[in-house]
Design a protein around this ligand. Structure first.
Ligand SMILES: [Zn+2]
Length: 373
C-alpha cells in the first residue's frame, strides 16, 4: 500500500506504529562524579534509589525532566541528576566503566591515575543498628550514611565522619531527648535552656543571599570528603543529597560506631560575618558529669581546638576565642571526639573557592588532631 491511498487517520496510525517499532531517540551520556544515584522517580528520596552508577559509566539518555535526565537501564526508565553527567566520556575515567548494580564496597580496585575526584568509586551503606548504644533515642533513622575507603597509597587508618548539617525532611516536626538521661538543656540555642526535648533535625538558616544553609553544608561536605580521601583518611558521609532520613541522634550514634571523629558542618545564624568557631561543651558541672559527656568532653575540645587552629592557619577569620559554649544533642550522645563547627554565618562568602580554603583548614586540623593522638 502507499501513503497516498491512506486516510489521514490511517496515516497517523501508521506513523505512530513505525515510531513505536523503533527504539526511542537516545544518545549516550557519561557519569561524571564518583557515585551517582540512579532513581526510580525524579526526586531525591532515600527509598527510590535503584542502584549506584560510577564515574565514566555510559548511560542511554532518552530525555530530560527539569533538572533530571531520563535514562533507560535494563529496559526500565530511571532518573539521574543532570548536574553529574557529561556528554563526553570523562578522560581520566576507566575505573568504573564496568559498574553494575550490586557492587560491594571497595569493589573498584584499579586506582585511576591522577585525579582525586576518583579516589573512590563506591561506598558502603551504613545504617543505624538497633544494638548500638543510644540508638533507641533516635526517631528518624530509615536513611543510611556512606563509608568511603581511601585509595591513597599512604593510608591513615582513621575514619572521619563528615556530617553536613541539617537536610532531613520532616526533621523539624519530630522531637528527641536532648540528653540520654532526660535531663534539661543547660544552654540556649535552637532549643531554649531548660527543655528536655528538641527538634530531631532543624532545617537550618538561610544565608543573606537566599541560599539554604543545608545546601552549603552539603557542598562543603563533598569538598572536604575529597580532600580527606586524597590525604589517606576513610570518610563516613552522613548526607550526600538534599535529604537523608537520619536525625541528629542517629547521625551521632552511627559516627560513634563507625568513625574515629565526628565533624558536623554548620554556619551560624548571625549576620555579622563574625568568623568560624566550634561549639564547646558548656562549663556546667552537672552537664560535664553526665555520661557520655563526662568521659569525652575533653577530646571534643581537643578536636575543636585543632580544627580552629587549622582554619586559622589557612587564613580563615576566627570568631573571638574560636569557641562558644553550647549544649548540643550531638555532643550529648557522642562517644568519639565530636564537634559542631560553625564555618561562618549568614553574611559569610560561601563560594566554591572559599569552601575549598575552609576544607584545607579543616584537613590541617584533622591531621594535627590525629598526629597528637
Ligand atoms: Zn546549622
Amino acid at each position: 500500500m502507499t501513503i497516498k491511498k491512506m486516510t489521514g487517520t490511517a496515516l497517523l496510525a501508521a506513523l505512530l506504529l513505525a515510531a513505536s517499532a523503533q527504539p526511542a531517540l537516545a544518545d549516550t551520556v557519561y557519569v561524571d562524579c564518583d557515585v551517582l544515584r540512579c532513581r526510580t522517580s525524579a526526586e531525591i528520596r532515600d527509598d527510590n534509589i535503584s542502584e549506584n552508577l560510577y564515574q565514566g559509566e555510559a548511560l542511554e539518555r532518552t530525555g530530560t525532566q527539569g533538572e533530571w535526565t531520563v535514562i533507560r537501564r535494563d529496559g526500565k526508565t530511571r532518573y539521574v541528576s543532570s548536574a553529574y553527567l557529561s556528554e563526553k566520556k570523562p578522560s581520566a575515567g576507566g575505573a568504573a566503566a564496568q559498574g553494575s548494580s550490586g557492587k560491594s564496597s571497595a569493589a573498584s580496585s584499579q586506582k585511576p591515575s591522577g585525579t582525586s575526584s576518583q579516589q573512590n568509586a563506591s561506598g558502603e551503606a551504613v545504617g543505624l543498628s538497633a544494638d548500638w548504644k543510644y540508638a533507641e533515642f533516635s526517631k528518624i533513622n530509615s536513611g543510611t550514611a556512606t563509608l568511603y575507603r581511601t585509595t591513597a597509597s599512604a593510608r591513615k587508618n582513621r575514619t572521619v565522619c563528615v556530617n553536613a548539617g541539617h537536610g532531613t525532611s520532616g526533621g523539624g516536626s519530630v522531637k528527641t531527648l536532648c540528653h540520654p538521661d532526660g535531663s534539661p538543656k543547660v544552654t540556649g540555642g535552637t532549643t531554649g535552656a531548660g527543655a528536655t526535648s528538641a527538634v530531631a533535625v532543624s532545617s537550618g538558616m538561610t544565608f543573606s543571599d537566599g541560599t539554604a544553609e543545608s545546601k552549603v553544608t552539603l557542598q562543603m561536605a563533598k569538598i572536604l570528603k575529597e580532600k580527606l580521601l586524597a590525604a589517606g583518611y576513610d570518610v563516613l558521609m552522613i548526607r550526600e543529597s538534599d535529604d537523608v532520613q537520619l536525625d541528629n541522634i542517629a547521625r551521632t550514634v552511627i559516627a560513634n560506631n563507625r568513625a574515629d571523629c565526628h565533624i558536623a558542618l554548620h554556619w551560624d545564624s548571625t549576620t555579622s560575618n563574625k568568623g568560624a568557631f566550634y561549639m564547646s561543651v558548656p562549663n556546667v558541672a552537672s552537664y560535664r558529669a553526665m555520661e557520655p559527656v563526662a568521659s569525652h568532653w575533653q577530646e571534643h575540645h581537643r578536636l575543636g581546638e585543632a580544627l580552629v587552629s587549622g582554619l586559622r592557619g589557612a587564613g580563615v577569620k576566627i570568631f573571638s576565642g574560636g569557641s562558644m559554649e553550647m549544649d548540643l544533642t550531638q555532643t550529648s550522645y557522642s562517644t568519639v571526639p565530636s564537634v559542631d563547627i560553625e564555618l561562618g554565618d549568614k553574611a559569610s562568602d560561601h563560594s566554591q573557592a572559599t569552601l575549598s580554603v575552609l576544607a584545607d583548614g579543616l584537613l590541617a586540623g584533622v591531621n594535627a588532631f590525629f598526629s597528637e593522638s
